[in-house]
Design a protein around this ligand. Sequence first.
Ligand code: FE2
Length: 274
Amino acid sequence: MNKPVLEKSDHHFYQENGFVVLPNFISIEECNTLMERASHLVNKYDFATHKTTFSTTNPKHAQAQYFLDSGDKIRFFFEENALTSDGELRVDKFKSINKIGHALHDRDSVFNKFSYSEKIVKLAQDLDIEQPLLLQSMYIYKQPYIGGEVTCHQDSTYLHTIDNNLIGLWFALEDATLENGCLWAIPGGHNNTLKSRLIRMPNHQTKMEIYDENPWELNDMVPLPVKQGSLIVLHGLLPHMSKQNTSPCSRQAYTLHIISGNKPYPATNWLQRS
Ligand code: FE2
């Protein structure tokens, strides 16, 4: 495949804004294949064993060994509001799961085939990533009504690289709308420095190092509603967020994070592979 998958104008937009939307990057059939596979994985998983919640507004999850050991595994995380105070599911498990992470790309044959497809390899080349490595994958559900807000953040806070060359790929497997919690971003915000960094400590502890306490200028946020099959490319320093899903529709997405393999990977990142 010699034809670029990222046109020059798209590349320029990405460099200027820190993100770019590529409509119809994947087919509806590919979306359906990934959604069906995720359902299959949820279906066969025994949820009674790990009722670990995931919430950006409640960092308890970060302390959980289950989370910190998930860098090279397929693991399942619930919506915070999906559980009663006794840790029981309020609704069906298919309506309770927040995300699956963080190594679907390596541990599942269907996600592996998609994640290393020629089109994505070519995109990494077009984005000028040297020796591209897939570091992390996540399948995000954003459930109807209970799909929680993801507060404004830079992905490099959670996956730090020496050159800040992290790139996120956000595949819309369903339409992402204002109502079901589409992404929002600050155009050009990737020119900011890194505000904070999650550091992995011994004994399954983490701490957040703060470099800049000034809040994000949320008035500068623009919504990025996209159609099913769209790809949003996100610079690791781009401030972005998504609001709570207030609609009866889920907003399923698959994400990949790519780094360059030409620099050492920090041992202080939470995500480590055994
Ligand atoms: Fe993010």
